[in-house]
Every structure is written in C-alpha cells, then in structure tokens.
Design a protein around this ligand. Structure first.
Ligand code: HSE
Length: 435
C-alpha cells in the first residue's frame, strides 16, 4: 500500500496450525488486508518452539524469538497475537505482560479467557488496550461479535450452540454408520479432528470454555468456568441413536446459557426438525434468542487453520480500524459475578432414559414402582428384541421432571440385580423448536 498511514506491527506467539495460517494470510494477502484495515498490518516478530519446521510461509525478515515473553518487551509492537493455548503458563504470562505494557492482545485461547478473562479484561481496560478473542469461540463463526456488537441492543434470553466439531463429528458418524463410540473416536483421531488425548473435546471441556465466554457476554457477567455444568459424550451408545430416531430425535452435545441459570453442556435429544439437529459433522452452530430480535442462527466451520485465522484477521482489522471495543462489550466494573447466578440445572424437563435390564417378568413393574415413588411420570416406553434371562435395552421417556429427582431414582435402579449397567439419561430439549 502506498499511502502514508503508519502500519500496525504485530507479533505472533505460537506457529501451530492456526498461528501459521494467520502468518500466511497476513504475509501473502498484505495489500488486500491493508485495504480492509485502513493500514498495513505487518508481522514483525514470531515465536514458536521449533524454528526448523517448514510452515509453508516465508518468515525471512521477521524477527524470531525463542523466548516468547521478550516480544512483549518490545516497544514498537502494537499487538500480540497469542496462539499458544492453555489456561495457565506461557500464554497467560504473555497476555498479562503485553496488556500491562499497553499492547493489544488477540487470542484464540478459550481456556485462558474462560479462566482468566475477567482479570485480563481489567488489565486491558486499565492500560487502554484491547483484548479480543473472536477466534476462541466456534472458529470461523463470528459468535462473539454477533453477541457483543450485532445483538448489543437485545435482552438475550438464551444462547444454545453446538460448540465442538469433534463431538459433533463423532455423534453424527455414530448415527449414520451405527458404529460404536470408541471406533468412531479412533477415526476422528486418524483424520486429525480429535487430539491423541481427546478428553478436552469428548468430556465437554473445550465446549464449556466457549460457553463460559458466550454466557459472560450475553448476560453481562464475568466469565467463570467453575460456574458451568459439564457433561460429555462418553456414555452415548449406538443403540441410543436408533431409539432416539424412532422417537423423532437426534443426539447432540449442546451448550445452553440462559439468564439466572447455570450454563450447561449437555448431551441431549433434539427434535429432528429443529435447527441445531440439522447441523452435522464437524460444523458448529450458535442460536441466539433475544428481544426484540427473536432468533438468529449462525452455522459454520468451528475449527481448523482457515476458519480460526478468519476470526483472528477480523479482530486485527477491528483494532486497525479503531473499533476494538471492550472485551465483554461493557466495562469490567459493570460485569456481575457469575457465581452469584443461581446454582441450579434449570426448570424440570423431559428425559430419555436407557436401562440395560434382564428380560424377565416383573422388571417393568419394579422400575415403574421406583419412578412412581419419586413422582416421575413416564411418557413412553420402548423395548425391542427378546432375550429371556439376558440383558436388553429398555428405553423410557419421561414427562418434565427434576434432574435431581431423576438422579435419585436412577441410582436406586442401578443397585437392583435386574439392572445390568449404569443407566443413561439425556434431557430432551424442546425449546429449540421455538425457532
Ligand atoms: N477441538 C475443537 C473442536 C476446536 O473439535 O471443535 C478447537 O476448540
């Protein structure tokens, strides 16, 4: 670009899949991005563990740092792009140091923002710096900006999302192929969707980090990961998909945040015709419900270098164009404590329950007796196949009931000799139908 506007100098910490893609985009498309940003965005420094890796981008002329924190000490750097990851350690030390020295920080680090977002936002405000994290939530979907800017004038009544592509891939593939959880997880690892150590994804932690951030922006509260209820997808079996389908549902890992309730990640049944039920494979989706807007749905790629770098570039352009804004949309001093939110799982709801029981006379009467004792009303029952004397799957759907009451009833059932495995219960989420 030939105009005389000063360029924005940035440093990228971490050159993994996303960091390398950000560098590639900034270097290879510099003129185009300068037009969008109103000034050149110049990568002047990078840092990563191994200098010898071929990252498919020419880093000649860019300063290399083995010690990441040294980049935060450089006076000529305007923005640190933190692509290291992890809720503690180098990433958070770098973010703190950068903000303290008045540098803007852009990060894809959902764990860091979910755990330390309030402290970092305070540092940003105190030092007149921006802290932006569009890429931390749902990859290429502009979920943060949608809430923080596009829907800023709304009273948000609900945010619900498919926030983890790995889980959505596993659940979709189990449903379409009839294969078991472990087998599909192994495939996901082979294709590079799931990490070798997959628990952050399949236990719902990665998605809960993202939900923590969305809830904070939606309801004007400090991000607090400890105030989120988390369930993953390990307990889902291939038979659940067959039964769920017969009942008109699809199984999804969904994050839900509603005002006054604990945000929750739950593996649940969604009506087949609902918007989120139609989002399959590695895609993510976020549904925003608010007044006066009604409902807004955003669907797109939630992970990977291209999708995530798109979000990082948009944050860079926002800062360059002078619209960095406040991290959570309002001053940190006005954000409520998330722990002040009532600690409960929300209103009563219907459940899908699967029990592996011995196929013999009287079993049903025993189980329904327990439900009756706890005032839990059955809506429907399914048992297919016959295996006299052996275990068969017995599926029940309940009327609206409290998760606490149901838990007590299922604990009682699990202790019976006729019940052969830990009962599986998943909420049936009907609110999504209101779209
Ligand atoms: N591992 C995440 C996913 C992407 O599968 O969606 C990064 O948060």
């Amino acid at each position: 670009m030939s105009n005389a506007k000063p360029s924005l100098k940035i440093a990228i910490a971490g050159l993994g899949v996303v960091g390398s893609e950000v560098a590639r985009q900034l270097i290879n498309r510099s003129d185009e991005l300068a037009l969008a940003a109103g000034k050149m965005i110049q990568v002047v420094a990078v840092s990563a563990r191994d200098r010898s890796v071929n990252r498919g981008v020419n880093l000649d002329g860019i300063d290399w740092y083995d010690e990441t924190h040294k980049m935060a000490e450089r006076d000529d750097i305007d923005i640190i792009v933190e692509m290291i990851g992890g809720s503690e350690g180098v990433a958070v030390d770098l973010a703190r140091a950068a903000l303290r020295s008045g540098k803007h920080v852009i990060t894809a680090n959902k764990a860091m923002i979910a755990h330390h977002g309030a402290e970092l936002a305070q540092l940003a405000e105190a030092n007149d710096a921006h802290l932006l994290f569009e890429s931390a939530v749902a990859g290429g979907i502009p979920a943060v900006k949608t809430l923080r800017e596009g829907l800023a004038g709304n009273k948000i009544t609900r945010v619900a999302g498919i926030l983890n592509g790995t889980c959505n891939y596993i659940l979709s593939t189990m449903e379409t192929t009839g294969r078991g959880f472990e087998e599909v997880l192994a495939d996901a690892q082979r294709f590079g969707y799931a990490e070798a150590e997959p628990s952050f994804d399949i236990d719902g932690i990665d998605a809960a980090h993202k939900l923590t951030i969305l809830a904070a922006i939606a309801f004007g509260q400090k991000p607090d990961f400890s105030a989120v209820s988390i369930q993953g997808i390990r307990d889902v079996s291939s038979v659940d998909f067959t039964y769920a389908n017969q009942l008109g549902f699809r199984i999804k890992l969904v994050g839900v945040a509603e005002p006054g309730l604990m945000p929750r990640m739950e593996t649940c049944l969604l009506p087949l015709d609902s918007q989120l039920a139609k989002v399959n494979g590695v895609l993510n989706a976020v549904e925003f419900h608010g007044e006066p807007v009604g409902s807004v749905l955003a669907v797109g790629p939630g992970a990977g270098g291209c999708a995530t770098s798109s979000a990082v570039l948009s944050d860079l352009i926002d800062i360059a164009a002078g619209r960095g804004g406040l991290p959570f949309g309002r001053s940190i001093n006005t954000l409520a404590d998330a722990t002040a939110v009532e600690n409960c799982a929300g209103p009563d709801k219907p459940f899908y329950v699967r029990l592996m029981v011995v196929d013999q006379p009287g079993v049903l009467a025993t189980l329904t007796g327990i439900l009756q004792k706890h005032s839990i009303s059955i809506e429907g029952l399914l048992q297919q196949g016959r295996a006299p004397g052996n275990a068969v799957a017995l599926v029940m759907t309940t009327h609206e009931t409290s998760v606490v009451k149901l838990g007590i009833a299922l604990d009682e059932m699990e202790k019976l000799p006729i019940v052969k495995a830990k009962p599986v219960a998943m909420p049936i989420m009907l609110a999504d139908k209101e779209m």
